[in-house]
Design a protein around this ligand. Sequence first.
Ligand code: BGC
Length: 748
Amino acid sequence: MTIENDRPGDLDQLALLCTGSDYWNTHVDESRGVRCIRMADGPHGLRVQDDDSPDHLGLGRSLPATCFPPAVALASSWDAELVAEVGGAIAVEARAQGVDVVLGPGLNMKRSPLCGRNFEYYSEDPLLAGVLAGAMVRGIQSKGVAATLKHFALNNQETERMRVSADIDPRPLHEIYLRAFEIAVREGEPWMVMSSYNAINGEYASQSKWLLTDILRDEWGFDGLVVSDWGGVYDPVAAVAAGLDLRMPGSATNEKVLQAARGGKLDVVVLERVAARLRQLGERTASIVPAPKADVATNHALCRRAAAESAVLLHNKRGLLPLDVTSVKSVALIGELARTPRYQGAGSSAVNPTRLVSALEALGDAMSDVRFEAGYRLDGVADDTLRAAAVEAARAADTVVMVLGLPAVDEAEGHDRTSIELPAVQVDLLRAVSAVSSRVVVVLSNGSVVTTAGWRDQCGALVEFWLTGQAHGEAIVDVLTGVVNPAGRLAETIPLRIEDTPAYIDFPGEGLHVRYGEGLYIGYRWYDARKMPVDYPFGHGLSFTQFDYDDLVIDRHDASDPIAFTASITVANVGDRDGAEVVQLYVAAPSGVLRMPEQELRAFAKVRVAAGRSERVTIAVPRNRLRHFHPQAGWVETGGEVAVLIGASSRDVRLRSTLDLPNKPLSEPLTMWSPLGHWFAHPQAGPKLNAVIDANGGMRGRLGDLLADPAGRDSILGIPLASIMQFPRIPFSEQDLANIMAAIDPRP
Ligand code: BGC
């Protein structure tokens, strides 16, 4: 029941708080201690815009800020500390620009390599994505700025992102797509979450009580503020009632919410709760005084280190890398992208960088004889003159460095890609160059996967830099010359062909519905289950040194301990350079009532090991990471013998062991519709049922004959008891079964 209270105009005021005052700010209510809160994109650097003429999709200029490597690159570092450090630096810049809330990190899953916004997201694996996004949240909030986990949830494509319904079964929904958010919410404790534009199984995320209240708050313990994506609220009243606190952007009125409150359709308690959450956000974001100082040069250096740490050395077959700057006499640097770097994606996350260093600039500084040729055009139009000059330069040079990748138009918020191939003009140029040089290093710049299968044999070394942020050229030179020993690992599989990918048939859907037909089998879970070859597997990445793994010891913890087990391994650096290894722990659980993926990443650790030394690494596996979601029973801890696989990638398992997890393998509770075989196998019901059958003269007739026949037995054991009851002359009655049910515990 709602009434206009004794403060005239107060309901108007309360209703206003549920929306922004403009593009980026909230309304103020001094009487409730609610101050104006300012928000800005984005995930990998700040995009602070002019309030009077904002530019929603980031196509115009904003205040200069450090453009850090986007999530696609940072994820390849598998380094939560590094990600948190970047988060902290973004937050310091935010405070310097008067921003309270950073609208990031983005945490949607890489369901298809075609998603146009994959550059803003971390991984195809929910654990890796959740842990790293959680680290980013912690880093941002450590400086008194709110982080915003977005886009909650299932915004895994750009096509029809504002209208499409992601139609998904309960198990993949919980085990993959929500799990990433759950991990980040629990580990990062974000002060804000942004709802996604899309619907989930027909209900818009922004007005889903199930999502925004039951799951996010009640199950995961989120205690912050939920903001909508910009323009992503369909029914403002339903949204507030469901748990969406703030609708963005906003205006000077919030008529629908006000009328609903006046008419008693929206309880004033709900509005007061929004006000309390805004007040709390204001307090949280003012907690560190004075604001730490931002330093452009320090942040640029962090950007350079983070980008180099995230580079993935895909292959180095001819030992071309690292380049020895003293012995390499001349370098042909080829590719328009060496002069016009591709270092971030387009859309709301686009940052106006404080500096931008191209590969041309950086390599020119590092080496004496560098000749640059563009070689190709970014619009994909063939240009024989450019091509011929590049081939000529390659022929004359001692070593060739080619910068290849995707042009900016290929990857942007608002649309999906249609191909995972590099532009044909670039591949054609590579072939021509490799015909005249045996020392070709390819550097890749792209925000989402490109397949290398058709051309990778044309180069001696291949390094995936993803999108580096503004220290582009310096990071490339650091890795190519060995100043940084690459330690990045793929956070997503590189497939051979788009046709091989899990969502190929069901992406991006039709009729405003996208069916997640591949279920749980996203990324490596899919390629493993189907035993498919891939271009490069999840977790892959080489180093300029080598690591040996040895001496795996598993320590199973007591069933009451939230840690299920720890695994200890010795990692030895047997090469002659210091380096870092990412130890990956996968668990292969036995299939029972639930079919299990071949293996699932359950923990990882990045460890630095000096040349010639070894380190003992201990990795803890929390029990809740081993849970599975049964469509009817909900979260269950399945037990039995699981295999623990320790790998340098998902397809390079170095050590393995088994352990018995305490819970019983999952089975269904017994009901009248359970198969006869389940009844016989149940420890309490089985003997009782057999006793009744014996007392009534045993199974007779056709059913009895088939049960006695080894070839027919299984077909009878598979028939539900309630169905068997419908056959003539069955030696037990409905009453007998009811008596048994009453006397046993039907749970497995
Ligand atoms: C994007 C969000 C972004 C918001 C504000 C939306 O279009 O989906 O990620 O934070 O705009 O720019």
